[in-house]
Design a protein around this ligand. Sequence first.
Ligand SMILES: Cc1cc2nc3c(=O)[nH]c(=O)nc-3n(C[C@H](O)[C@H](O)[C@H](O)COP(=O)(O)O)c2cc1C
Length: 217
Amino acid sequence: MDLLEAIKTRKSIRAFKADPVSKEQIEEMLRLVVRAPSAINLQPWEFYVVMGDEKARLSRRLVKLYREKQISCSPGNIKPLSAEFNKRGAESFILMNPYLEKMGMDFNCFVNEGSCNFYGAPTAVIMCLDNAFSEARLVDIGIALGYFVLIAHNLGLSTCPIGLINAYEDDIKEILNIPDNKDVVIGLALGYRDDSSPINEFTSPRDSVDNFIHWID
Ligand SMILES: Cc1cc2nc3c(=O)[nH]c(=O)nc-3n(C[C@H](O)[C@H](O)[C@H](O)COP(=O)(O)O)c2cc1C
């Protein structure tokens, strides 16, 4: 697939088949992901790839924790968001809801429990950063995430980034034996899309690019 075609057609997928993704496929993808640029070529990313029974165990524990703690998906803002940002968030919700209604699902339950379950994907990738780095290096992890979702799509796989898991960082580190000096940055659901699910018909909208550009000339 041509790169621009991959960019145009990729989207987050929220229903997966149980079919496993092999270690060979994941290594093939990661060899490409680590071609991403990083400051001073530090390549600060680390990938904990959770599969099989371990992935099922992780999902079960996270769903249970969500039910106990009720920490939901949120933008993680530290000041009130402007009306413009709130409008974009609300729009995604309004547009996704009809697909969830077809499935008889409530939005909050679907997105929060679904995220904790990596939407049924057979593989969960937890991207970590050594805590010796400053927050500036989160940029490098973000770039690698961007590469990852496009490379997976190009190879016929699907993904959904899962930021919700940050709320359960300590639990995830304990469940997966991730060392104390590693920070959990982002999760990724990885697998084959289940096209029998109405939710995968949903495509998120984008604002006009004019609203993002500040020309200085
Ligand atoms: C950093 C980050 C965190 C995200 N966290 C979640 C999440 O926890 N649950 C979820 O369902 N989607 C999550 N997403 C997916 C976004 O909702 C999605 O990328 C956005 O709505 C745009 O849709 P698209 O990816 O289909 O283009 C996350 C995306 C990013 C980049």
